[in-house]
Design a protein around this ligand. Structure first.
Ligand SMILES: [Mg+2]
Length: 177
């Protein structure tokens, strides 16, 4: 057995190339009624106050379809609030992912159980590991951008993630789109 297969804490339950490829119908089939959303590189590029192209529409469509949404971010309130407020999203900032406390708080606010909740994020060692710690479905999305040269720590984390990144994506299985 390879080293990769000994580490299962970072294996996402589901993997998508893009956040906007996650469809409400797909979630409903799985019994998922709410999404816990990461911000940086999941809904927009790093430290960008404006959602990435198609994200505002994607969020609106989720809400219309009855999927509850909440942001859980390790970033500070000064970063998260100006992003979340215009979109009408509740948020938990400084969440301490991969600890489960932020996810538990988010589920409480949505009024949903573990089985009814999934978390979406671009980092295996925070978003995915945290979802596993909280006992909820984990959904990996590819990061929206590779960070600039000054983001050395994030780049380092990406290098560490590389051997564990998923190789198969839901988009490749025709039936869900
Ligand atoms: Mg992120």
């Amino acid at each position: 057995m390879s080293f990769r297969h000994k580490i299962t804490k970072t294996d996402p339950d589901l993997s998508f190339r893009k956040t906007v490829d996650i469809k409400p119908e797909f979630l409903k089939k799985l019994g998922i009624k709410g999404l816990i959303l990461d911000v940086d590189n999941t809904l927009t590029t790093h430290d960008n106050p404006v959602p990435a192209e198609g994200i505002a529409e994607w969020l609106e469509n989720m809400k219309k379809s009855g999927i509850k949404l909440i942001i859980v971010s390790n970033n500070h309130p000064e970063r998260v609030k100006p992003f979340a407020d215009p979109l009408g999203l509740d948020y938990v900032s400084d969440s301490g992912k991969p600890l489960k406390k932020g996810y538990i708080e988010a589920m409480k606010r949505m009024g949903l159980t573990k089985k009814e909740t999934a978390a979406v994020g671009d980092q295996l060692f925070t978003d995915i590991w945290g979802a596993k710690n909280a006992g909820i479905t984990s959904i990996f999305v590819q990061p929206m951008e590779l960070e600039g040269r000054h983001k050395r720590f994030i780049r380092f984390k990406r290098v560490l993630e590389k051997p564990f990144l998923p190789e198969k994506f839901i988009e490749d299985k025709g039936e869900v789109l």
